[in-house]
Every structure is written in C-alpha cells, then in structure tokens.
Design a binder for this molecule. Structure first.
Ligand SMILES: Cc1ncc(COP(=O)(O)O)c(C=O)c1O
Length: 387
C-alpha cells in the first residue's frame, strides 16, 4: 500500500505501523534505518537525491517519523523537534511577532508557562492565562487584533481539565487567531484535534508517543500548507531538530501507541476505582469519572480518558510528599507517558516554576502516570504508600 493510501484509508494502528516509510527500495529494510549522516552526496551541484542536502534541514530517519505523526494526527505535514519545548519555541517564533499576544491555559504545564512568561515575553510576545474549560473566559482573554494564538492543553497538566476543542477553535477563528492544542496528555490515539478544527497540534513526544522514557522529543502537525511552510523555515533556521537515533526511538514508540494507550486507560480506570474509595484520598481527578466537570465533553472528543490520574490526600502537603516517597512500583519522578508508572508531587516538582503565580497547584496534589504493569501490583503499591 502506498504512503497516500495509508494516510487516506487505513485504521489508526495500521497507520502507526506503516505510515511515513516504505521499505527501503535497495535493501527492503522494513524499519527506517538510522541515517547517521550530517550531509549527502550531490549528483552535480544542487543535484540532491530525494531532496536531502544537510541533516538539520532533513534526514530520512526524521522524515519517516514526521510522516508517521502527521498521519496519526490526520494532518498534512509533521515536524519533529529535539524536545516538546523546542517545538513550542519554534511554533511561537513561526506564528507570533513582537507586540502579539497569546492566551494560555491557567493551569498550563509549568515549562510552557515558563517559556511564555520568562522567554517569549522578553521578546515582546505577551500572554494571558484563561481556564481552558471555560469558553467564555477564553473569549474574554482574547485581545482582538492582537491575540494571534489561543494555546490549550486538554486534558491539562496536572489538573486534567477538559477544553472543548471545537468551540475554542471557533472562538479563536472569530478573533482571527489560531488554535494550538498541546495533545501530549491524550496522544493522537485518544484525540485528534485537527479533525475538530484546531490549526496546530503539538506534542512532547517524550511522553506517550515515544512511550518508553528513553528519548526526549517534540512534534508539531498542521494541515495548512502556508503554515507548514513557515514552520519548515523556522525548523531549519532555528535548528532544534532531533538526531536520527532519537527520531528512530520515537518512531519505534509510535508503532505501539494504540495498544499501549488501551492498557494505560485500563489500568488508570482500575487505579481510579481504588483511590475513589480510599479514606485517605479527598478527591480523585480523572475525566472518566461522571462527576468530573469535563466528563461529557471528554467522552465526546476523546476515544477513552487516558492514563493520567491526579488526586488529593486528606493529610495535606506532608502526607502527599510521604506518599510519593513511599511508593515503590510507582517510581518517583518527573515526566509521564512511559510504560512504567510514575508518581510525582506537582507543587514541588513539575509545577514548581508556577509557585506564587495564578497557576499554582494545590500542595496536597499527587499526579500519577499510570503505566502498563499488572494493575493489581499498582493498586497494592498505592495502598501501601497511602497507609
Ligand atoms: C503537556 C506538556 N507539554 C509540553 C511539555 C514539554 O515537553 P519536553 O519536556 O519534551 O520539552 C511537557 C513536558 O512535561 C508536557 O507535559
């Protein structure tokens, strides 16, 4: 089946395994080789083979990854970056100019907030936080003619709020702005924002897309070819690209995204059920729970509810820190989306950079990235740690 047929006709898992790469015509290699080369022989000056000139501009291992992620997000063009934040930086600089304004989530990932607050702002791109779950609040935060981007995460990190992608795309477009969706938490398996009207999808591929906690990376996918051209220019001009080894690892992870996500969701549901009835837990935050304010919306725009679970404990910050330290199967660490379960204290770890701002998270909050281990072992571990 040709590349185009994969994009147009195949199911998600088929695209995950085949899109972006045809077995190498010379050797038949089924898996994209790691092209550890910085440059390419030209057949006469300017006579490029397959468009490859220099590996900052393009490298075949990276091209395969970019094709695969574009196909999974149902976009036209994918771009791989050295990290999620490198992808965000390239997007901001491709789409904004000094004097422009961006609406960001009021519970954005700490690093995203830091990028806007401490870097973009210095270069003249200002931002306002708004709750992604409140369409009117986002509309009110837009400065007509000045706001160029509405930037959302859904579910958000770490409070798992849900934004209505279709409604927020309409709000952004009414104001002449574009909607960027950080789809890291859902992954393209659970949610495809471009099909709901978003203009840009970005990922920290370090998380579910790579899926094995062995590589840092980022990605951007768009449908609009003019926008694609701007990002192509900036990706090359700024140069924050992944090397071929990293591109290979991320692409290998993508192939099993569907099966991994289903197991992440199965295990998360079991963990949520356990935590919901535990006396030391004051609140469980998971979009799959009927009482979650975004439940109906998440059910509409996501295939399932994901592998991330946040919860608050009855004993305050000290108790939350103790639970994080006592867990054994859940590894105490930052990041998320890998096959192994992780536990963390957002207030002191991933979200320490938002302390003292409007984006500060509750001190008794714990965030879990539920992995794909045996569910009973995960529950026994939490039981022990909470006890
Ligand atoms: C939702 C979200 N977006 C973006 C990022 C940044 O990605 P990276 O760490 O790959 O630079 C992260 C990292 O944790 C994240 O959780």
């Amino acid at each position: 089946m040709s590349e185009q047929q994969h994009r147009n006709k195949s199911g998600f898992e088929t695209r995950a395994i085949h899109a972006g790469y045809e077995p190498d015509p010379m050797t038949g290699a089924v898996i994209p080789p790691i092209y550890a080369t910085s440059t390419y022989k030209q057949d006469g000056v300017g006579g490029l083979r397959g468009g490859y000139e220099y590996s900052r501009s393009a490298n075949p291992t990276r091209t395969a990854l970019e094709g695969a992620i574009a196909a999974l997000e149902e976009g036209e063009k994918g771009f791989a970056f050295a990290s999620g934040l490198a992808a965000e930086d390239a997007l901001i600089r491709s789409m904004c100019r000094p004097g422009d304004h961006v609406v960001i989530p009021d519970d954005a990932y700490g690093g995203t907030f830091r990028l806007f607050d401490k870097v973009a702002k210095v270069w003249g791109v200002d931002h306002s936080p708004a709750a992604v779950s409140d369409v009117d609040a986002v509309r009110a935060a837009i400065k007509p003619g000045v706001t160029k981007l509405v930037w959302i995460e859904t579910p958000t990190n770490p409070l798992l709020n849900i934004g209505d992608i279709e409604a927020l795309a309409a709000v952004a477009h009414e104001a002449g702005a574009k909607l960027v969706v950080d789809n890291t938490f859902a992954s393209p398996y659970l949610q495809q924002p471009l099909t709901l009207g978003a203009d840009v999808v970005m990922h920290s591929t370090t998380k579910y897309c790579g899926g094995h906690s062995d590589v840092v990376g980022g990605a951007v996918v768009v449908r609009d070819l003019d926008l694609a051209e701007q990002i192509t220019f900036h990706q090359n001009a700024m140069g924050a690209v992944p090397g071929p080894f990293d591109a290979f690892l991320t692409h290998r992870g993508l192939k099993t995204l569907g099966v991994r996500m289903d197991r992440h969701c199965d295990n998360a549901e079991k963990v949520v059920e356990f935590l919901s009835s535990h006396a030391a837990v004051s609140q469980v935050i998971y979009p799959g729970l009927p009482e979650h304010p975004g439940h109906a919306l998440a059910a509409r725009q996501m295939k399932r509810f994901g592998g991330m679970v946040s919860f608050r404990v009855t004993g305050g910050e000290q108790h939350a820190l103790a639970v994080c330290e006592k867990a054994e199967v859940f590894t105490l660490g930052e990041s998320l989306g890998g096959v192994e379960s992780l536990i963390e204290h957002p207030g002191r770890m991933t979200h320490a950079s938002v302390a003292g701002t409007d984006l500060e998270v509750p001190p008794d909050l714990i965030r879990l990235s539920v992995g794909i281990e045996t569910a009973d072992d995960l529950i026994a571990d939490l039981d022990r740690a909470l006890g």
